[in-house]
Ligand binder design. Sequence first.
Ligand SMILES: C[S@@+](CC[C@H](N)C(=O)[O-])C[C@H]1O[C@@H](n2cnc3c(N)ncnc32)[C@H](O)[C@@H]1O
Length: 271
Amino acid sequence: MAQSSLSSETSAHDDDNIQFVQRCADEFQWKDLSEDVVMDIGCGEELNCCKAILMQFPEVKELIAVDQEITTFLTAHIINKVEFCVGDILLRDSLELYEGKMDKVISTDTFHQIKNKEKAFRNVYHMLKPGGEAGFYFCVKACMYTLLTVLSKIPKYGNIFEGPFVPNLYPPEHGEQYYKELLEKIGFKDVRATEEERRVPYDTEEDFEEKFLDELMDNLDILPEDEERFKAEVLELFEKTFGRYEGKRCYVSVHLNLFGVKPMESSDSEI
Ligand SMILES: C[S@@+](CC[C@H](N)C(=O)[O-])C[C@H]1O[C@@H](n2cnc3c(N)ncnc32)[C@H](O)[C@@H]1O
């Protein structure tokens, strides 16, 4: 595997994507992708995952960068070998052109946003050639969400929820075993799933208040006069639930690495 000069276009923010592509390479024994077309679902405007593939596998045959938002591609830079496609993985018709033609499908930091994951995984299965490989990396637990869920169950806070809070977004039972069985039910074989806990420390108390608390407040409808008291209660709850790591508050999340292969003898007719 050769490293290309594309590293200048990537930043520290892309580390997750670089690590994930490395994990795919290890899991599937990728060495040479010169005959492979790779689809990236939920590519985002930075095209982080496509860039990570090009950095580690500059010889890749072609990359299909898919995103449901047309705006993603208005600012994205054209990159050699990357074809842009506005498509929704929940809408099979939107990706009809690619059905059964992909050697690999990968996706980072996107599936946690998709409510009907079974349908999305099924459509990934449809995109793959027989023998094709799929790798997903997405969040299955996030402290912001855990805290919002705890708050939503406290009667006095019952009516303060508005904004993007989606109840039941990360059901606790949807962990590695659940997703492994889901992929197997769809028809994938050699399914592997591993959870990975991440703790990203906040540098200072102010940093935590500015980033975490402000985002939390955006999900809630708190009267201005109640804000200070509410923040104090949330701080106490955060401390009790997540504690500290090396003296610092951290953003705690659990991400899933999920891999599966479409069998050579597969037929799409039954699913
Ligand atoms: C958080 S960004 C991740 C971008 C990139 N994969 C990364 O890791 O940096 C999630 C992207 O997935 C896209 N997305 C969400 N649901 C999607 C769907 N059903 N089909 C296609 N794209 C979707 C969003 O528009 C957004 O650009």
